[in-house]
Design a protein around this ligand. Structure first.
Ligand code: 13P
Length: 252
């Protein structure tokens, strides 16, 4: 049985002080999550990783990006050894905002994912189509290419630990969430694509998340789908109350 995962992506939000405040209120929800076999986590900015890691015991703390080189002349970048040094084991890769604003390609994502799995870390690989692609009925074509190129040439044994998040770009931060039927269809399609690449054993273990305007009111509908193992949440993960409400609603 695959575990459920609630992962908050804080994007460029929260000062260290604000992150500390959130993290210091997580003890109860971590206990509740454990008792209900749900994995919980957040992805703060680099600046807040250490603070959240120390304060939010029992939570997954993920970075929002990393570089594929260990060190060197890459101004503004952070490497995998630097994350590992802080005890960070998870990292979001290929978020649509990075694909849009930072020229993150499938090939670049693949280099990062290969490096992460070689370091026994967990990539949370984001895929999803734009509104234009959705309206042109190209969702599966786009997602297939993103999965095939982003997850190419990985050691078979490492694939079971990878997390993939289906985040339709048109649903991110818009309040226009995809229906649970769409989420199930595409999350199932992602699993099928991974099965073709790496076999059923790996594909059955990979966690596939839905993301895009998830909130306490709609999380349960997604998590009730057989191929949706969790949610990657932006806005609704920023406040401890709504984070907690999502956790409670998803196990109900
Ligand atoms: P929202 O939940 O704010 O729509 O953001 C989704 C997202 O991009 C998570 O990575």
């Amino acid at each position: 049985m695959r575990k459920k995962l609630l992962l908050g992506n804080w994007k460029m939000n929260k000062t260290v002080g604000e992150a500390k405040e959130f993290a210091s209120q997580t003890a109860e929800l971590v206990k509740f999550a454990k008792a209900n076999k749900v994995l919980v986590g957040v992805a703060p900015t680099y600046l807040c990783l250490e603070t959240v890691k120390k304060k939010a015991k029992g939570m997954i703390v993920a970075a929002q990006n990393c570089h594929f080189e260990d060190k060197g002349a890459f101004t503004g970048e952070v490497s995998i050894p630097m994350l590992k040094d802080l005890g960070i084991k998870w990292c979001i890769i290929g978020h649509s905002e990075r694909r849009t604003y930072d020229n993150e390609t499938n090939e670049k994502c693949n280099k990062k994912i290969a490096k992460l799995v070689a370091n026994d870390m967990v990539p949370v690989y984001c895929v999803g189509e734009t509104l234009e692609q959705y309206e042109a009925n190209d969702t599966k074509k786009v997602v297939k290419t993103q999965v095939e190129e982003g997850l190419a040439n990985l050691p078979v044994d490492s694939v079971k630990n990878i997390v993939v998040a289906y985040e339709p770009v048109w649903a991110i931060g818009t309040g226009k969430n995809a229906s649970e039927a769409i989420a199930e269809d595409i999350c199932g399609f992602i699993r099928k694509t991974i099965r073709k690449m790496y076999g059923a054993k790996a594909a059955n273990k990979v966690l596939v998340l839905y993301g895009g305007s998830v909130k306490p009111e709609n999380i349960k509908a997604y998590l009730s789908q057989p191929n949706v193992d969790g949610a990657l949440v932006g806005g609704a993960s920023l406040k401890i109350d709504s984070y907690e409400a999502m956790l409670h609603n998803l196990v109900k």
